[in-house]
Design a protein around this ligand. Structure first.
Ligand code: ZN
Ligand code: MN
Length: 174
C-alpha cells in the first residue's frame, strides 16, 4: 500500500536519503562477511528496497528496477530478496490479500507493523525491542533465535470510518 508523506511521518520517521547510504553499506558488509557474491543486480535490488518508503511487493520492486535495468527478470528480484531474507537483512510481511511485502530495519533497529485486515495497509510502529520475549521463546522452545517480528492485525482508522459510513447502526464504540 502507499502511505502519503504526512501519514507516514505521523507513524514512523521514514529513512531519510542520507541514511540510506549507511544502511546500504551495512547490507554490503553483512553479505561480504558471509561470503555472498555481490552482483550489480543484487546491489540494485538492495538499493530499490532501501529507497522505497513503503512496504513494496516483489512486483512493485521489479517495476521500479525495470526503469534502470530493463532486462532484469522478476525471478531475479525474487532470488535476491530470498537471499537477503536468508541472511536476516530484510523481512517479509503477509498482507491480508495474500501478497508478500518486503521491508528492512533502518539502522538495523527493529520496528513493528500493524496490518489492516480490510484494506491491507501496513503501518510501522516503534516499540522497544522485545528481547524478553526472545529469551522466553528460547527457554520454552529450546530454539536458538535468529530473528523475530511482531504484527498487530486489525482495522485501520480509514476502514473504521468507511465501515461506520456503510453500517451506521454498528458504529464501533470507543
Ligand atoms: Zn484499512
Ligand atoms: Mn516497516
Amino acid at each position: 500500500m502507499i502511505l502519503n508523506n504526512s501519514e507516514k511521518q505521523a507513524h514512523y520517521n521514514a529513512p531519510q536519503h542520507e541514511h540510506i547510504h549507511d544502511d546500504y553499506e551495512f547490507f554490503l558488509d553483512a553479505l561480504r562477511d558471509k561470503g555472498v557474491r555481490i552482483t550489480e543486480q543484487r546491489k540494485a535490488v538492495i538499493q530499490a528496497l532501501l529507497s522505497s518508503k513503503t512496504h513494496p511487493t516483489a512486483i512493485q520492486l521489479h517495476e521500479m528496477l525495470l526503469e534502470t535495468y530493463p532486462t532484469m527478470s522478476l525471478a531475479t528480484v525474487y532470488n535476491n530478496l530470498n537471499t537477503l531474507i536468508d541472511y536476516d537483512l530484510i523481512i517479509e510481511l503477509q498482507s491480508n490479500d495474500g501478497s508478500t511485502h518486503y521491508d528492512y530495519y533502518h539502522n538495523n533497529e527493529p520496528h513493528y507493523h500493524a496490518i489492516c485486515s480490510s484494506c491491507g495497509k501496513i503501518v510501522d510502529f516503534k516499540y522497544p525491542v522485545l528481547s524478553d520475549v526472545e529469551l522466553v521463546a528460547q527457554r520454552v522452545t529450546g530454539f536458538q533465535k535468529t530473528s523475530h517480528q511482531m504484527e498487530i492485525h486489525g482495522i485501520c482508522p480509514e476502514c473504521q470510518e468507511h465501515m461506520a459510513d456503510l453500517h451506521p447502526h454498528q458504529l464501533m464504540k470507543h
